[in-house]
Design a protein around this ligand. Sequence first.
Ligand code: NAD
Length: 322
Amino acid sequence: MKRWLITGGCGFMGSHLVRRLLQREAEISLCNLDALTYAGRLENVADCAGDPRYQFIQADVADAVAVEVAFASFRPDVVVHLAAETHVDRSITAAEVFARTNVVGTQVLLDAARRHGVRRFVQVSTDEVYGSLGPSGRFTEESPLAPNSPYAASKAGADLLVRAAVQTHGLPAIIVRPSNNYGPQQFPEKLIPLAVRHALAGRPIPLYGDGTQVRDWLYVEDACAGILAAAESGEAGGVYNLGGGQERSNRALLERLLDLLQRPRALITPVANRPGHDFRYAMDSSRARRELGWEPQVALEDGLRRTVEWYAAHPDWPAACP
Ligand code: NAD
């Protein structure tokens, strides 16, 4: 029976990954390690809480003592590391916690994984480590790391520490770089859930700058499938881009959401552009297709419908949120 340690399992992507693993693997022991920051919600995994194969540890990944205790008691075979500070806007005004959690926290986990002989360590990174593209081209795994926000820089720093652990210590680690995720249970500070929430309440929806920035959208279940495929059959030391292949400008995306919700497009309200705002992300995922047999399954239109329906059905999620 495999023992999986998931960090950040109370957040958006982590909670989908926890649920997916428990549904898929009959023989599994799963530990969710999460500090429960503002973005981490026990309600996201409430349906898993009574499962005898599941346990939860509240701990900070940057706390080496707490992480050592967790590894010593749970003895994971596989670690999937998602815990992070994730909101670019917050990193612009308060970067220190990003360096602590995303950089120091990753090193603490790498050290523990090495000490405890973990068989596979998956670092969940992001397309943002590559920086910004012009109107054409796509990032490959060989594209240079050129992060522009403190968030992206902290994730790139973590990726370099993972690379060093592979090169120096032979840690069997893999890096996956998903593009922009969306779906149910995403904290409503991010573009899609924020827009849906505001639209449902008839409130203005802020749009940075002229809204021409392009993102490559990936449904959260497709991202989780890619992360698990990499954990199971990725090459140790390998890097895998996981792109949705569904590019939209921010303005076009908001317009489609408003159409789906049958709310006026006039709710879109331009605001000053985000400092250092990347123009475009797009991923070449051919390595993941070739080596992992991974392919996104959910078309953007279908994923947006599912997302909108979920938020409409859960107006009070998460509790106590602005
Ligand atoms: P999220 O913000 O929804 O959740 C982050 C989780 O990490 C929360 O449960 C939080 O409590 C936990 N956490 C934060 N600091 C911690 C700490 N110090 N110790 C332990 N736990 C801590 O994030 P998400 O959107 O689900 O992203 C998950 C991962 O995927 C992150 O590493 C992120 O960089 C990466 N990623 C996200 C996206 C996206 O579009 N959401 C895209 C690519 C990559």
